[in-house]
Design a protein around this ligand. Structure first.
Ligand code: GDP
Ligand code: MG
Length: 180
């Protein structure tokens, strides 16, 4: 149902450590595919997808980052004009969760979000398909972090099993709309 109403364009950035599944989440969301043997140094820059949320059409331009040193100089260009930032970690890698604060700070800095301004962040714990034994991040820890950061909404996803991927983007649009 394409509809004929006005269409809003939103720029969404996926941030987080290398290997947490940013590119896989984007692929799953836009192409509906998953590749187990993907090279985590490869990023697809950006892809667009139209979604309909609460009767409104949106075109999401989702920007994927490689999170590598050589791209540091480009970060300002990546982050500027962003409407929503998805802070991503992997549920089986504690370090990737510990780095969320760093990614958040870096985004606020390079995107030039005025201090004291609320910005629509969401937290994604990806790889929810891993075995309970492999889980390295407790739900309480994530909830505490989110509570300390203006109640950032949190979603567990699995790009591999197509769990919650579409949902997280819809929630992101809603979160953005409410904060506007
Ligand atoms: P990026 O560096 O953050 O872009 O991460 P990638 O998307 O390149 O994924 C890194 C690795 O994690 C790849 O081997 C993916 O196949 C794997 N991966 C990504 N998402 C998931 C997931 O939801 N579950 C599992 N088990 N593996 C995943
Ligand atoms: Mg990638």
């Amino acid at each position: 149902d394409g509809g004929t109403g006005p269409c809003r364009h939103l720029r969404v950035v996926l941030l987080g450590d290398s290997g947490v599944g940013k590119t896989s989440i984007l692929r799953r969301f836009v192409e509906g595919t998953f590749d187990d043997g993907v090279d985590s140094t490869i990023s697809i820059e950006q892809m667009e997808k139209e979604v309909r949320v609460d009767g409104q059409r949106y075109v999401l331009r989702v920007v994927d980052t490689a999170g590598q040193e050589r791209f540091r100089s480009l970060r300002e260009n990546f982050y500027r004009g962003t409407h929503i930032c998805l802070l991503t970690f992997a549920l089986d890698k504690l370090a990737s969760f510990c780095n969320l604060s760093m990614w958040r700070q870096e985004f606020l800095h390079y995107a030039r979000v005025p201090p004291g301004t609320l910005f629509p962040f969401l937290v994604i714990g990806n790889k929810a398909d891993v075995t309970p034994k492999a889980r390295a991040v407790s739900d309480v820890n994530v909830q505490t972090w989110c509570g300390a950061n203006a109640d950032v909404p949190y979603f567990e996803t699995s790009a591999k099993q197509a769990l919650n991927v579409e949902e997280v983007f819809v929630a992101a649009v809603r979160h953005f709309s409410l904060m506007e």
